[in-house]
Design a protein around this ligand. Structure first.
Ligand code: PLP
Length: 426
């Protein structure tokens, strides 16, 4: 039965990247279970998005629900200033057990964008504590995406992508060219040349380099060379610049490794995680840093790290994350992701024969068909719904990042729909 008030939605509710004058079609979802979303008309859709890359174990997972329900009945929220609780402490332990060895401190943030802001603030305060407060700029690469808040936007590509319209208001950081060498190849000196020059010339004013490791997501859906990332680590060491890795999209197995930096066998000084941290059940992110970064911050004039959100370390979110990380630690995500990868390689390959298709790329549980042209998101989304799947293309990309628990048959339904829709997308 249709009980969703679509006209109120259209008149009063903003959706992500939407217009209130010409609202896009939205689909009313009434429940979700496993890999399936149920619409208010009863139609079931196989989800190819993991709800923006977060819901890795599928929806309504009994262990995550039980953990949240138990927590809800005990303590749903309490401030984190001057107070602590078991969900935060135990989650911190689980997170540090999975994270690169050198990371030892955890700051719980409310969302991915905020964890990026926190990382940037940490870098600036660190250099104040090391008596080098001129080091206050952040270096990044083009085609990156790190979130929608102002400082996070300042390290997104200001010339293309979703934040280009804010132009000079946010583009105060330093930009090097995007990495060109694809994943699986050694990178040429050309690929890092401009970045190396920038560092050589301006390192005295650069606090940190921030980059999405291995996969440039919302800005490019591009997998780049692990060798490139390794060179970036070397350059940061050489010029005393902190390396911030934004693992918000890649963390917790998405590219086939627990964290994408493992492809390059490197460790960051600061790392951001979010999205799949709670298995996609509720908002929570975290910024992890090394002892060295924490000690520099303690040495800064403020003496403390100057950030403290109202809902920091929300116990309910921590309970969801604890259950999700337990599923990761005890489950078989690696086999699931490599089976998804192999199947997408096979089933998306025929898209290369479609005239409008520029390239097809697969890494871990990410499958991308890049078109020559910008696609009509709304129109293609409707085509996908007609085919019983949920896929949300953007820019030139028709892509999927399904939950790891997807079955081979469900995945085939997604890849078949992608080939079909790519062929009719003019
Ligand atoms: N960083 C990366 C790499 C992302 O992909 C995203 C979101 O897509 C963000 C940061 C922002 O996260 P959030 O939407 O939770 O603020």
């Amino acid at each position: 039965m249709n009980n969703i008030d679509y006209s109120f939605d259209q008149q009063h509710l903003w959706h992500p990247y939407s217009s209130m004058q010409a609202p896009a079609t939205v689909f009313g979802v009434t429940s979700a279970s496993g890999v399936t979303l149920t619409l208010d008309n009863g139609q079931q859709l196989i989800d190819g998005t993991s709800s923006w890359w977060a819901c890795i174990h599928g929806y309504s997972h009994p262990q995550i629900l039980a953990s949240m329900q138990q927590q809800l009945s005990q303590l749903s929220h309490v401030m984190f200033g001057g107070i602590t609780h078991e969900p935060a402490i135990e989650l911190g332990k689980q997170l540090l057990a999975l994270a690169p060895d050198n990371l030892s401190k955890v700051f719980f943030a409310d969302s991915g964008s905020i964890s990026v802001e926190v990382a940037m603030k940490m870098a600036l305060q660190y250099w104040q504590g090391r008596a080098a407060s001129d080091k206050s700029k952040i270096l990044t690469v083009r085609r990156g995406y790190h979130g929608d808040t102002f400082a996070a936007m300042s390290v997104c590509d200001p010339t293309e992508g979703m934040h280009s319209m804010f132009g000079a208001n946010v583009a105060q950081q330093l930009f090097a060219p995007a990495p060109q060498t694809p994943f699986g190849e050694d990178c040429s000196a050309n690929d890092t040349a401009e970045l190396a020059q920038l560092l050589a010339k301006q390192h005295h004013e650069i606090a940190a380099l921030i980059i999405e490791p291995i996969m440039q997501g919302a800005g490019a859906m591009w997998f780049y060379s692990a060798d490139y990332l390794k060179r970036l680590r070397e350059l940061c060491d050489k010029y005393q610049v902190l390396l911030i890795l934004d693992e918000i999209a890649t963390g917790f197995g998405r590219t086939g490794k627990m964290f994408a930096c493992e492809h390059a066998a490197i460790q960051p000084d600061i790392m951001c995680v979010g999205k799949a941290l709670t298995g996609g059940y509720i908002s929570l992110a975290a910024t992890l840093c090394s002892d060295e970064v924490a000690s520099g911050i303690s040495n800064s004039p403020a003496g403390v790290f100057m950030h403290g959100p109202t809902f920091m370390a929300n116990p309910l979110a921590c309970a969801a994350a604890r259950a999700s990380l337990k599923l990761i630690a005890t489950g078989n995500w690696q086999q699931q992701v490599s089976a998804i990868e192999a199947q997408m390689h096979r089933e998306l390959a025929p898209a290369r024969d479609i005239k409008q298709v520029k390239s097809v790329r697969v890494l871990g549980a990410v499958g991308v068909i890049e078109m020559h042209h910008t696609v009509d998101t709304g129109k293609l989304q409707q085509e996908f719904v007609k085919r019983g799947v949920w896929v949300r293309p953007f820019s030139r990309f028709i892509y999927i990042m399904p939950p790891y628990v997807i079955s081979a048959e469900q995945l085939t339904a997604l890849t078949t729909a992608m080939l079909d829709v790519a062929a009719i997308s003019a």
